[in-house]
Write a protein that binds this ligand. Structure first.
Ligand SMILES: [Cu+2]
Length: 204
């Protein structure tokens, strides 16, 4: 009898592990609006188009390892980018162009680069970005995209050509608890102005 109970326990354990594995791998669904969440990891697929992100709100927990997969679904052959921060910064002759955020969510974080295709720009800002072809992409960004625009805060940013994808992960620090924003500032901030931003909420 003890043997049967033990085996039943093992079956439950194996099933739970399989379930966890299935959750961790998520992010292939076309209509993915939420994260596949287990206790310490969550994965989000974030679609980018004119001029919005889908989903528009992401909620994560401090201590979680979060994987974000970006897909540029542009129908107008436009590049789109992804930044997370607080305190909008504007520039331009009339101080009316959103350029980014004063506070970069990724500052001091370690970002693991998993994969990317048709990546136009990968800037580390003040994050440490490692893995995959991150080094080559960052070098390419420096040589092709050049320095930041005047007044543009130095921040972690991924910009994708139409059809491009990028996948990266990071662990959310306890100090990040609060409400952040993610946004796209392409075309002198016009994408942001047209509504291309969303909420990134970090709970305890
Ligand atoms: Cu955009």
């Amino acid at each position: 009898m003890g043997g049967i109970q033990r085996r039943a326990g093992l079956v439950v354990l194996v099933s739970s592990l399989l379930l966890l594995a299935a959750c961790g791998n998520g992010s292939t669904g076309a209509a993915n609006t939420g994260g596949q969440t287990s206790e310490n990891t969550s994965a989000y697929t974030v679609g980018m188009t004119e001029y919005e992100f889908n989903p528009k709100e992401i909620t994560v927990h401090a201590g979680q390892t979060v994987t974000i997969k970006l897909i540029n679904h542009s129908k107008e052959q436009k590049a789109h980018e992804f930044k997370i921060g607080q305190q909008l910064v504007k520039g331009g002759d009339f101080n009316d162009k959103p350029l980014g955020y004063q506070v970069d969510f990724f500052k001091g974080l370690k970002v693991t680069w998993i994969q990317g295709s048709d990546v136009e720009e990968l800037r580390p800002g003040e994050a440490t970005v490692q893995g995959g072809d991150a080094d080559a992409l960052m070098k390419k960004t420096l040589s092709e995209a050049g320095p930041l625009e005047p007044g543009e805060p130095n921040a972690f940013v991924v910009s994708l050509a139409p059809g491009g994808t990028a996948e990266f992960s990071f662990t959310v620090p306890a100090s990040a608890v609060g409400t952040w924003e993610f946004g796209c500032f392409e075309e002198d901030g016009q994408h942001y102005v047209q509504g291309m931003h969303g909420q990134f909420v970090v709970t305890k």
